[in-house]
Design a protein around this ligand. Structure first.
Ligand code: HEC
Length: 115
């Protein structure tokens, strides 16, 4: 057996990268109607209902206060960051809804699709 560990490592990394984007693509395809995968459309509806007062959740400006960052600017953040940020009570959110894990996952999935 020939030894070329560098080669193996690079090939491995490439493969992982490919796998990851395939997984992401598969998840996106599976989203509408899927019970387990986060539901982007549901997330969009939740964002419209609960977040749009203060955040631009898509292309429209916020309805009431121009207070929070645009979701398009948050789209690059990873899930963990967004979940923590959403769970963290913000000063301006007195009537913040009780978001369960599904709501949160759907919201985060939606935010990450906003361009
Ligand atoms: C009443 C106004 C208001 C509403 C409603 C609101 N937000 Fe916010 N949000 C803010 C403000 C102001 C900030 C920035 C200050 C802060 O982080 O506390 C913020 C910050 C955030 C951040 C953190 C950004 C960062 O990078 O730190 C996230 C994520 C977020 N909001 C998501 C949401 C989601 C999801 C909803 C709907 C479920 C929502 N917000 C509803 C006002 C609001």
């Amino acid at each position: 057996m020939r030894h070329s560990p560098d080669h193996i490592t690079v090939a491995h990394l490439r493969q992982h990268k490919g796998l990851r984007s395939m997984l992401v693509a598969a998840m996106l395809l599976a989203m509408p109607g899927a019970a387990t995968a986060a539901d982007v459309e549901r997330g969009a509806a939740l964002a419209e209902q609960w977040c749009n007062a203060c955040h631009s959740v898509g292309r429209e400006p916020p309805r009431q206060f121009d207070a929070g960052p645009m979701f398009a600017d948050l789209a690059k953040q990873d899930e963990a960051y967004l979940e923590t940020a959403i769970r963290r009570p913000h000063d301006f959110m007195p009537e913040f809804p009780r978001l369960d894990d599904t709501d949160l996952a759907d919201l985060v999935a939606y935010i990450r699709t906003v361009e």
